[in-house]
Design a protein around this ligand. Structure first.
Ligand code: GDP
Length: 298
């Protein structure tokens, strides 16, 4: 199945919630705007972005009749909120390796996303080294190792409980020695020990930036779309310690409300770079705001 189809499938529930055909022919009065507002909130668009969208619709369409034009207007406004030159993009360092640091709380889909991203880059002809710096969860490193072996990617890992910073150090050394195209670094995600976790992340990031010029070139935060507004709260916490450059939003195929993409963009100011649309190794898609908004209302 085509990835875009799966993307659309995942958003079908949100599209049904909007039920745009039922708007047409109605007068754009306060009732109409209240209903639209409630739908946007229920779709996880978030209070701030919803307010912006409702204000724009009110300005442009008050007392007019809702029609295809209004829908096109709303889509354009939503696309504008999501627009970012970095959406769907991935940095490439002028000289190898490009280092991608991946963070996120356990259960967000971090391990799966790393495997998917590595597979994607591998399929594009790149050499990949994985740095398993989540030394606390042996299972996560085991899972990554299985994938790495299957696809022929190289991996650096420490013993259980090893210092994550020392694993990062070794991974950087090997990435430099072998001149790999991409070094993807996994990190721990135990949010219940927040202060410790953030300090550890800062340390890993610090090592990477000292070992490799300009690195990490991307610091991507993995967020579970089904967590709605909680995902945004997590983004704020992580942004404080690792200066995130973008988001991988997972599980958009599941029970997630699609509007959360808009909320993440609006409330964190981070570009959405990739979206997860399934559990399979190929189910990671560069985020395309236009295709996304079209799917949301179709
Ligand atoms: P981690 O604890 O953050 O490393 O999370 P995992 O990568 O182990 O993923 C947790 C669960 O979420 C697993 O069952 C994954 O298969 C599932 N998962 C990850 N990404 C997606 C996605 O995009 N869609 C769906 N439906 N499931 C996902």
């Amino acid at each position: 199945k085509d990835l875009l189809d799966r993307f659309k499938h995942g958003l079908a529930k949100t599209a049904r919630l909007f039920d745009v055909r039922s708007w047409f022919g109605r007068k754009v009065d306060q009732d109409f705007l209240d209903e639209l507002e409630a739908k946007l909130i229920r779709a996880d668009v978030g209070v701030k972005a919803t307010q912006i969208l409702i204000d724009r619709v009110r300005e442009a369409y008050a007392d007019k009749t809702a029609d295809e034009d209004l829908l096109a207007f709303l889509k354009a406004e939503m696309k504008a909120l999501l627009q970012d030159p970095q959406a769907g993009a991935l940095a490439k360092a002028p000289t190898n390796p490009t280092v991608i640091l991946i963070a996120g709380v356990n259960g967000s889909g971090k391990t799966t996303s790393i495997a998917k991203l590595a597979q994607r880059l591998k399929d594009q002809g790149n050499s990949i080294l994985l740095g398993a710096c989540d030394t606390f969860r042996a299972a996560a490193a085991d899972q990554l190792a299985i994938w790495a072996e299957r696809s022929g990617a190289d991996m650096v890992r420490g013993n259980a409980g090893a210092d994550p910073a020392s694993v990062a150090h070794d991974a950087c050394d090997r990435a430099l020695a072998r001149k790999v195209d991409y070094l993807i670094v996994d990190t721990a995600g135990r949010l219940h020990t927040q202060t410790h976790l953030m300090r550890e992340l800062e340390k890993v990031r610090g090592i990477i930036s000292r070992k490799i010029e300009g690195a990490p070139h991307e610091s991507l935060l993995v967020l579970d779309a089904t967590n709605g507004q909680n995902a945004i709260q997590q983004a704020r916490i992580f942004s404080k310690s690792i200066a995130c450059s973008g988001v991988i939003l997972t599980k958009l195929d599941g029970t997630a409300k699609g509007g959360v993409v808009v909320a993440v963009r609006q409330q964190t100011d981070l570009p959405v770079k990739f979206v997860g649309v399934g559990e399979g190794i190929d189910d990671l898609q560069p985020f395309d705001p236009d295709a996304f908004v079209e799917s949301l209302f179709s």
